[in-house]
Write a protein that binds this ligand. Structure first.
Ligand code: GLY
Length: 571
């Protein structure tokens, strides 16, 4: 039965922006500008690891553009942060090409192998078998990152792959000293890494979790990268690397074939675009669920004047918008090549008007009064970097192997950690997966299909300022990026955006996760009195932001202060 709560018609005119929902609201606001007409003359990069940021600048120094720098940053992260992303995983990236002001979305998400069989992911009790879906070769989708990097270099870069991959190859050969975060994730995954001899040989020297000061050299990974540098896509998806990947997967119980690897294709898709308070926000389309959710939230919020209410009420309206967008998040979305999605409806301002009308100005809506769907619990094992080059080209790229060290399975002879992205599918319809994802058919696995992702690389273009924003963090990516966009629109700098305290609501579980210090005592009390359940959580995310102020033609870059390994640099 559908409940008709009494608050349904309450939407205090005090908060509503005049004209919201009218046809006029569909037009781009006047202040919106696609991007400045000339480049900043210098460059900014923010990534999760200083070696990766420096690799990006090294390649810019060799005459590369933002897209070459993105190849260098991604491939270096694949060496120095294998717990978060790598060439055994995938990425979603937004590119902005300054010469024609074109925004491009590159979908290098992993795909299900042809032999995917949902039954193997179901335990005897009928529930998902987490061990199969998150550990070892059956948890791995066919990697997209190598094909995506080659695509970016060949279609948008200026330099040969041998140059843009050189820093990563050098660091893989010569070695680097992993930081505490890297060593901590080895510790987290040591039991599974120990199951696979090729994984243990690299990450558990002498059978033990290494200690600070240890140098990690990865000659097999260097050779794998060299084959990509020499032969492009064929250097990974055919020939020696492909042979090694397939034989390692199959000999450990996996189901990959040479045909799966050969069939992998990068997709370019039309980015999403939404106007908010005079800014044009460019977002990732499906198979990201994040862009749709952020667009929905911004459309709902654009009908409120948050500056007219106190922090507690502004936060309440934002939480209620999050709740409604996340309700749709997993219900409708999946791989656009496999499912038809009601995107016109979800992205329409009229749909947002309807959702806004259900928000009480001072009372939380219990999620179980909204038709059911369920979103994933946060995960922390992805990475994001942002780049603007001297000409104004931009890249926002979020990369992942899913959980820490993905499947924890290294394909012997390649140095490549395979992802465990199969767990991002709704593997057992109706049952929550590892992150609480309750499966919808739109995201059920099928051969060659891409699994839904929360990754949300984003651009925010204004007449005066532009931002490149993104973060890791499972479903919290969506609310982190949303809060980053709102802060940027409110005039905050890159450092203020990355440092600001976070909160998160994802419809189910029906609670607000709150970082320590996000709300003062009065706001906490008001939100609690409104009916919100607040739960303190340790800090999350690893946001990397670059901004460009067109008035002064200056760049700013900031890496999340919660994680000291990151580096935001302007040069
Ligand atoms: N594997 C995390 C995500 O793509 O959302």
């Amino acid at each position: 039965m559908v409940h008709a709560p009494s608050w349904r018609v309450v939407a205090a005119s005090l908060f509503l922006v005049a004209g919201a929902g009218s046809a006029a609201a569909e037009k781009a606001p006047e202040k919106t500008a696609p991007a400045a007409s000339r480049g900043p003359g210098h460059a900014a990069i923010a990534s999760a690891n200083f070696l990766a940021t420096n690799a990006g600048f090294e390649v810019l120094g060799k005459g590369g553009n933002a897209f070459d720098a993105a190849v260098a940053v991604s491939s270096t992260l694949a060496v120095v942060e294998q717990q978060s992303s790598g060439i055994g995983g995938g990425f979603l990236a937004l590119l902005h090409r300054a010469s024609d002001k074109k925004n491009i979305f590159i979908d290098a998400r992993e795909t299900a192998p042809k032999a995917v069989d949902m039954k193997v992911y179901v335990g005897k009790d009928g529930k998902p078998d987490r061990d199969v879906s998150t550990n070892g070769p059956l948890s791995a989708g066919i990697p997209g990152e190598p094909a995506g990097l080659v695509w970016m270099a060949e279609h948008y870069g200026k330099l040969p792959l041998a140059v843009s991959l050189a820093p990563a190859i050098r660091i893989a050969k010569e070695g680097f000293q992993p930081d505490k975060r890297f060593l901590g994730t080895i510790d987290d995954r040591k039991d599974v890494l120990a199951r696979y001899p090729a994984s243990a040989a690299i990450f558990l020297p002498g059978g033990k979790v290494p200690t600070p000061g240890w140098t990690l050299r990865q000659p097999d990974l260097a050779k794998t990268l060299e084959r990509i540098a020499a032969k492009g896509v064929d250097g990974f998806y055919k020939g020696e690397t492909a042979k090694l990947l397939v034989s390692a997967s199959r000999s450990a119980g996996g189901n990959w074939t040479a045909a799966d690897l050969e069939a992998y294709k990068v997709k370019e898709r039309e980015p999403l675009s939404v106007d908010y308070k005079g800014y044009r926000v460019i977002l990732a389309p499906p198979p990201s669920s994040g862009g749709v959710a952020i667009a929905e939230i911004l459309n709902i919020l654009s009908g409120f004047d948050l500056s007219k209410v106190d922090v507690a009420h502004a936060t309440h309206l934002t939480i209620e918008s999050m709740r409604r967008a996340f309700r749709d998040h997993n219900e409708y979305l999946g791989d656009p090549d496999f499912v038809t999605m009601p995107l016109d409806m979800l992205l329409s301002r009229f749909y947002a008007d309807g959702l806004r009308a259900t928000i009480s100005p001072d009372k939380a809506t219990p999620s179980d009064l909204l038709p059911t769907a369920m979103a994933p619990e946060p995960g922390m094992h992805t990475t994001h970097f942002s780049v603007i080059d001297a000409d104004g080209n931009m890249v926002a790229s979020t990369l992942t192997v899913n959980l820490e060290f993905g499947s924890a399975f290294v394909a012997a002879g390649t140095g490549v950690v395979l992802n465990d992205e199969m767990d991002d599918f709704a593997l057992v319809p109706g049952q929550p997966n590892a992150f609480g994802l309750r499966g919808a058919l739109a995201n059920a696995p099928e051969p060659g299909k891409r699994m839904l992702s929360s990754m949300s690389p984003s651009f925010v273009f204004g007449a005066d300022r532009t931002a490149v924003i993104g973060s890791p963090g499972g479903s919290t990516i969506i609310t982190q990026v949303l809060e980053g966009i709102l802060a940027f629109v409110d005039g905050k700098s890159a450092s203020e955006i990355t440092a600001q305290k976070r909160y998160h609501h994802q419809y189910l579980p029906d609670r607000v996760d709150v970082e320590d210090g996000a709300f003062d005592a009065a706001t906490t009390k008001t939100l609690t009195d409104m009916g919100h359940t607040l739960r303190k959580r340790s800090p999350w995310g690893f946001m990397n932001v670059v901004t460009w102020d067109h008035r002064t033609n200056t760049l700013d870059a900031a890496s999340d202060p919660r994680r000291p390994s990151g580096l935001g640099k302007v040069q």
